[in-house]
Design a protein around this ligand. Structure first.
Ligand code: PRT
Ligand code: MG
Length: 212
């Protein structure tokens, strides 16, 4: 049995058509079903529906053999026990700094940064030699600068409309983000043929989309 960890939300929406192209289809609509372990049309493939941030954990410990996860989540989790197999190019966005309109930072003072992406933010500001105070949040980060909790935020940006609606402007880009196919390191050895088949089938499809 090959177990694939997926999250609901935007990644699921974009990965289902890709999986269908390589012949894997959920036996029930994952958006509708309350089942968290979903059989597929293939007897030897099943889907695990987990929180986006939990995908690397399920794969790392072998509860799932492979998984689909945003690069942002993967960076925060760290790569222990995981192999990154393929950039799927889906659920693309960027991790960026955002600040209130007109904000100017006095470079000699510490910068207050609110984010869910603490590891990425720490590494980024360390690379600039900028001292920061980090405030860890789990959502609605846009509110932090508006309420004095932080000077700036580090968050995912796609169209920019969320920032705009909250009077924030996008600043420096930290990384481009897209979803990755990851594998448990042990599964990659024991189920190599099955995992390689999926990866090899997905690769040209993903690259064709990139080129379009
Ligand atoms: O909520 P939960 O813990 O289950 O997980 P999640 O919120 O991480 O799940 P989900 O489905 O919202 O996001 C999963 C993955 O999608 C992320 O890890 C990213 O890799 C990817 N992705 C791509 C995004 C976005 N685009 C995105 N725009 N994730 C979140 N956003 C949010 C962003 O945080 C901000 O609030 O959308 C808002 C900005 O969008 P724009 O278009 O207004 O700029
Ligand atoms: Mg969410």
């Amino acid at each position: 049995m090959l177990t694939i960890a997926l999250s609901k939300g935007r990644i699921l929406k974009e990965i289902l058509p890709l999986l269908a192209k390589v012949g894997i289809e959920a036996a029930e609509d994952p958006f509708e079903s309350r089942k968290l372990i979903l059989p597929t049309n293939l007897d030897d493939v099943q889907l695990l529906i987990v929180r986006a941030t939990d995908v690397p954990t399920f794969v790392q410990f072998g509860s799932a053999d492979i998984g689909i996860v945003g690069k942002d989540t993967l960076i925060e989790h760290g790569g222990d026990g995981l192999a990154e197999l393929l950039d799927l190019g889906i659920a693309a966005c960027r991790l960026a700094v955002a600040a209130p309109v007109g904000f100017e930072h006095n470079p000699s003072s510490r910068l207050k940064v609110a984010t869910k992406y603490t590891r990425s933010a720490e590494n980024y500001y360390a690379s600039l030699g900028q001292q920061i105070d980090l405030v860890k949040l789990y959502g609605s980060m846009e509110i932090a600068p508006l309420t004095g909790l932080a000077d700036v935020i580090v968050d995912l940006v796609d169209t920019g409309s969320t920032l705009k609606a909250n009077n924030l402007v996008e600043g420096e880009k930290i990384y481009d983000i897209s979803s990755r196919l990851i594998a448990n390191a042990a599964s990659l050895r024991t189920k190599y043929a099955q995992i390689a088949q999926i990866t090899d089938q997905l690769e040209p499809i993903v690259n064709a989309v990139d080129a379009a």
